[in-house]
Design a protein around this ligand. Structure first.
Ligand SMILES: *[C@@H]1O[C@H](CO)[C@@H](O)[C@H](O)[C@H]1NC(C)=O
Ligand SMILES: *[C@@H]1O[C@H](CO)[C@@H](O)[C@H](O)[C@H]1NC(C)=O
Ligand SMILES: *[C@@H]1O[C@H](CO)[C@@H](O)[C@H](O)[C@H]1NC(C)=O
Ligand SMILES: *[C@@H]1O[C@H](CO)[C@@H](O)[C@H](O)[C@H]1NC(C)=O
Ligand SMILES: *[C@@H]1O[C@H](CO)[C@@H](O)[C@H](O)[C@H]1NC(C)=O
Ligand SMILES: *[C@@H]1O[C@H](CO)[C@@H](O)[C@H](O)[C@H]1NC(C)=O
Ligand SMILES: *[C@@H]1O[C@H](CO)[C@@H](O)[C@H](O)[C@H]1NC(C)=O
Ligand SMILES: *[C@@H]1O[C@H](CO)[C@@H](O)[C@H](O)[C@H]1NC(C)=O
Ligand SMILES: *[C@@H]1O[C@H](CO)[C@@H](O)[C@H](O)[C@H]1NC(C)=O
Length: 368
């Protein structure tokens, strides 16, 4: 829900650079994209090309296979200070998950040092908004741990979530006015649950001052939330069944890390209040650094796919509907790249070169 609010906040920026919106081609559950512009992007607009990559919604697109296949999970420990694996402008991403581990979908990242430890800083500014980075690979069950330090400012939210292309979502979220708690939540196909699924975990040592390992242990039968290796919450899939339908996150998901402004006037009053009030842009931390920030050190992923992929499998694909209201998911050897077709290799190469030409503006900084 709050991530959706963040995405909505990002829309004006995208609208300005998106011809599809000018043509009025918005897509949703009742209006799917036309065959000319078959892909419904994460932000709900029809087009081709990069709109068919990460976040492309198969249920809102022209057909369930309009979106590109999703790069399969890889068990790996990602060191985020290695910015060579992070593409700073998502416009240049072509779906090659071997080339980049992460893409910056919105905002600005920096190389940083916190207490002698190198890390990635995600920035938030009054004019530029927040920062959202997404993994290029998907996870279809597995254990994911992010070692991070959160913000500490009312209205500023730090988040570590998984998000599927049909909006199954699992959250760790940190409203910045309290730095001794973390909130856990989950959604199924974007549905706002009838009952509140959110749970606040308290008693953490200061999440701004200290590195913590936050874990989502997402397995087919149960979801565990952990702090520094200790389980704080367990959700059984069997406890999410409503009218015979398991409303449990069950589709391949990207990992997303973000810092976002919830305490701003364009957000709903409830969101502002949840985040601890309006952001104080005169905060000394902000005026001295020129931005608010959250740090990510490492993200480790241990995949646990329901079946074992063959060595030829490169991707997940959605299939036809099942009786459980969830499209089926299977492995595929199909490419994940939008311009990998034979004869278009040169185009792909040129794009790769362009991507490298995009200046990475990060400088080594010590933020406190
Ligand atoms: C769904 O998309 C159609 C076509 O763009 C649009 O007219 C309609 O307002 C949208 N519905 C919602 C609920 O956004
Ligand atoms: C990303 O690259 C595109 C194409 O060069 C450019 O129009 C856009 O402004 C860039 N985005 C950012 C956030 O730098
Ligand atoms: C994808 O990226 C990897 C790593 O940069 C590269 O070796 C490979 O050739 C790329 N694949 C294609 C089809 O361009
Ligand atoms: C960030 O820091 C790491 C570790 O010191 C270094 O390897 C990397 O090149 C730096 N990245 C940039 C863009 O400066
Ligand atoms: C984890 O749980 C153990 C046993 O209850 C406790 O001793 C330890 O302090 C906990 N660790 C953290 C980081 O909370
Ligand atoms: C933070 O904001 C929440 C939600 O408005 C509120 O319940 C809580 O009292 C606030 N905590 C502090 C320490 O300001
Ligand atoms: C990832 O690897 C680094 C370096 O070996 C290690 O310090 C860190 O604890 C690992 N992170 C996780 C979350 O396992
Ligand atoms: C699957 O079935 C559900 C319930 O009938 C429906 O809401 C959904 O749109 C269907 N999805 C596809 C891809 O047909
Ligand atoms: C995928 O596998 C099929 C059947 O083995 C094969 O014919 C096809 O060429 C493969 N496609 C790719 C992109 O490797």
């Amino acid at each position: 829900m709050f991530t959706a609010a963040f995405i909505a906040a990002a829309l004006p920026l995208l609208a300005a650079i998106t011809p599809a919106l000018a043509q009025g081609q918005t897509c949703n559950a009742t209006s799917q994209c036309s065959s000319d512009y078959p892909c419904c992007s994460e932000y709900g607009f029809c087009n081709t090309g990069t709109y068919c990559l990460g976040g492309c919604n198969p249920l809102y697109s022209n057909t369930v296979d309009s979106c590109m296949p999703m790069p399969i999970c890889e068990s790996k420990n990602y060191t985020l200070s290695d910015t060579s694996r992070i593409l700073s402008n998502a416009t240049y991403y072509n779906g090659n998950a071997s080339e980049y581990d992460w893409i910056v979908q919105q905002g600005t990242i920096m190389n940083a040092t916190s207490g002698g430890q190198t890390a990635l800083a995600m920035l938030l500014t009054e004019n530029g908004g927040g920062t959202l980075i997404s993994s290029t690979r998907y996870v279809h069950y597995g254990q994911i741990t992010a070692r991070m330090k959160t913000g500490r400012w009312a209205g500023v939210v730090t988040a570590f979530i998984t998000m599927s292309d049909i909006k199954d979502e699992i959250d760790w979220e940190f409203p910045g006015n309290i730095t001794t708690t973390g909130q856990t939540n989950y959604f199924w196909q974007g549905s706002i649950p009838a009952k509140t699924n959110g749970v606040t975990e308290s008693g953490l040592t200061d999440t701004y001052e200290n590195w913590h390992d936050f874990t989502l242990n997402w397995q087919p039968d149960a979801l565990e939330f952990l702090v520094d290796g200790n389980v704080t919450r367990t959700l059984k899939a069997s406890d999410t069944v409503v009218n015979g339908v398991s409303q449990y996150p069950n589709t391949p998901s990207r990992i997303q890390l973000s810092i976002w402004p919830a305490g701003i006037s364009s957000e709903p009053a409830g969101t502002v209040q949840w985040a601890g009030g309006m952001i104080n842009w005169q905060d000394p931390d902000y005026t001295s650094a020129g931005h608010f920030y959250a740090y990510v050190d490492t993200v480790s992923v241990t995949c646990n796919d329901p079946s074992t992929p063959t060595s030829d499998d490169t991707s997940y694909v959605y299939g036809s509907n099942t009786t459980t209201d969830t499209p089926s998911v299977s492995f595929s050897n199909a490419t994940t790249e939008i311009n990998a077709a034979a004869g278009l290799r040169a185009v792909g190469g040129a794009q790769g070169a362009l991507a490298m030409a995009v200046a990475f503006v990060a400088a080594a900084v010590t933020l406190f």
